[in-house]
Each structure stands twice: as C-alpha cells, then as structure tokens.
Design a protein. Sequence first.
Length: 114
Amino acid sequence: VQLVESGGGLVQPGGSLRLSCAASGFTFSSYNMRWYRQAPGKERELVARITTTGGTTDYADSVKGRFIISRDNAKNTVYLQMNSLKPEDTAVYLCRAGLSPDYWGQGTQVTVSA
C-alpha cells in the first residue's frame, strides 16, 4: 500500500498550487479520501474530504471557497486545488485513505511566503 503526495512548493500569497496523491496497493475507488495539514507546533487539521465517487465533498471553514478536492478513480489519484493561498496555509499536506483501516502518505510541504 502506498500513497504518494506531490505538487507542494513555495508560492507567494494569493497564488495557487495543485496537490496530487497517487495511490497504489489497494482498491482506491472504495475509499473515502481526505487531505490533512500540519503546521509546526500545531495539531493536524482535516482540510477536505471526498467520498468514493466524488459525489460529496466537505471542507474546513478555513479553506472553504478557496480549496477544491477532487479525484480520478481511473488514475487512483486524489487532488487538492489550492487557490488564493495565505501564509497561514503553510504546512505539510498529507492524504489519507479511509478511517479504519486507513493509509497515510508521507506529505508534501507547502510554503506560502512573499
């Protein structure tokens, strides 16, 4: 089982990034997927959730209207489109498959700074 995040980097405030999480080793289409983030000294925060078919999505209030979660079950990949980025979005972003059992990726660093 493997989840590999990519697409992080350094971006200026107001910019955009698209994160990807590629899954392998399990039946991706059977799992709800989530994006979390963890900033230094802070607790891990649930950012967005998407159900198996993509029919339902949920967002943390802090990112609602700016971030979009989506998935492509044919490619075993979940995405997080991040727009209007703010310095407080700086964190390591991780994807998670399922709840119990669950699988986690290693994360990708997003830094929003001028």
